[in-house]
Every structure is written in structure tokens, then in C-alpha cells.
Design a protein around this ligand. Sequence first.
Ligand SMILES: [Fe+2]
Length: 347
Amino acid sequence: MLFEQIATGGCQSYLVGCTDTFAAALIDPELSQLDHYLALAAHHGVRLRYLIDTHTHADHFSATRELARQLGLPVVMHRASPAPFVDMRIGDGEMVALGKLRLQALHTPGHTADSMCLRVGDRVFTGDTLLIGGTGRTDLPSGDPRALHDSLFNRLLKLDPALLVYPAHDYKGRSHSTIGDEIASNPRLQKRDVGEFVQMMDNLNLTMPTHITEALRTNMSGGKTVARLLAEAGASVPFMSLEELKARVEAAEDDLIVLDVRERDAYEAGHIPGARLLPRGQLELRVNQDLPDPTRRILTCCELGYISTLAAATLRSMGFMRAVALDGGMKAWREGGYALKAGREPS
Ligand SMILES: [Fe+2]
């Protein structure tokens, strides 16, 4: 079996492949490592066949949806998953065939209702059901400590004690453990009574994961993260530096339209001399009156440089083929000590 473990912060992802047929799958891929996974698959000469999430993640951004889009591959999750983009929903005991390998699903609800473990050969991918020296939390959406107790004590921990445990998270740099080691030393597994286990899980007082609302929104729907939306806009427009713009403003270059897309009060408090005001919220509705010539060079600016990138991308998509965004924003412009003008520009 071909096997690679990819750690991203505390998240663990896995590349698993059949050494006879070179078919491979990714388990719990994370969005920031997208190129890394593809490079690893290429390095090992395997072809990806499946993208598998062990459950709906609340603490990081799953890459399954994006990889599925790029590679035309099926996303695999347990049938209880709420994500509409899942192509292959599997149930307890069913297997994903990967060449000669068989990944068998074990439905282990508790951390989430759609949690599953995947067993292949001498190892089991435990998702967030069982961690090294811990378990997944049960206080996030669809979590259930009673279900987790049942999944652990009546299912997972009854497997062969020698099975290797590969979890979806480890924050201490450990790669794996065994079922037997966890039964013996995992502090969370010492409360074997249901009532005591539930009481322990209900009183962990854990802080909420960062980005939880965005992770749940994007992982459950397949929607884009804010970072991805901005990255895609940024990849479709050129930028101009503050220094370059300063030189062009000083030269009073009349070829260039500087378009300030902030709101009026911010614009009137101080804008780049000669800049026109067209708030982002009115952009699409006013372009026809305000920007009649699509061949003009238009530079968008905003406070921090994010909204102006979206605005420039929108302008490009509408046919303003020379739209560019300021690399930075008015905050950087002010802090750089560059010229500012208050009030309105003569129309
Ligand atoms: Fe999780």
C-alpha cells in the first residue's frame, strides 16, 4: 500500500494508493495544501480516484470540493453528510474499491452525525472519532456524546488492538497510535460508563474553533471561502503599486481613471487627487453612465485593497479590459504620506 501522511498545522490528511494498479485516494484533504497533494500523487506516479472526507469539518477548509472540480473526481462521504456536492454517499460496512485495496467505512457518529472511520489493511483512519490521547469534541453541530460513546466502545474499540490509528488531527506532531494503546492510555477512554462519559464530554469547556462559521458554511455547501473569492479575483486582474500610481498622479496622466470604490464619507475625508467616487455597492448600476469608454485604463482603490480587487475583477468581467487594482489601499497610501484631497472633485 502506498501511504503518505500530510500534516497541516494540527490537521492530518492522507494519500493512500494501490501499488499494483496505482489508483489512489485522498482522505481529509485541506484547502491550503491543494498543490502539495497533486505534487505528491505525481511524485508517486499514482492517479487519484476518490476524494474522501471522514466527516463535515468545522475547523478547517476541506479541499475535496475544489479538487473534485479541478480533476473531475467523485467526493465520497457518509450518507448522513449534509453537503449537496457529495457524489458517492456510503453507508456502514460498505467499501470504496481502490485498485486492489478496499477502504471499508465504519459509521461512527458522535463528533458529527456523518462521522465515519475507514479501515484498510493494517490501519484505520479514525477521522475525529478517535484521536491520539483524545476524541473529537461533541459540542459542535450534530455532535452527540452518547453516540460517540456507542461508536467508540461498541464499535471502534472492538476492532483488532493491533490496528494502527491514523486520526484527522494531532496537535503534538505524533503520526499514529494503535487501538490497543488508546484503550490503555487515552484519558478520554477511561470513563467507560455512558453517564460518566457524557458528563465528561459535556464539561470540556472548549473554545470554539477559529473560522467555525466559515468552515461549516463552505464545507457543508461547497461555497467559497472569503480568501478563495479574493484569490480568484486577484488572479484575474493586474495590480499597480502605490509608488507607480503616485508618479502617475503627480504627472497628471489623463489616460488613467482612478476610481475610489469606498463610500462617500470615506472618500470626502481624503482621496487620491483626481480620483472619482463610485462606491462598490453601486458599481454595476452606474458603470454605463460613469465609465462610457471600456478602452480606458481604470485603477480601483479602496481602504485595504480587497474590495478594490473585487471591483477590478467585476469591471474586467464586464468588458473593461484595462481595469487594474491598487496593490494596497488608501490606508497604505495615507501611511506612505502621499498626497490626499478632501471634499469633492470638480465634476
Ligand atoms: Fe472534525
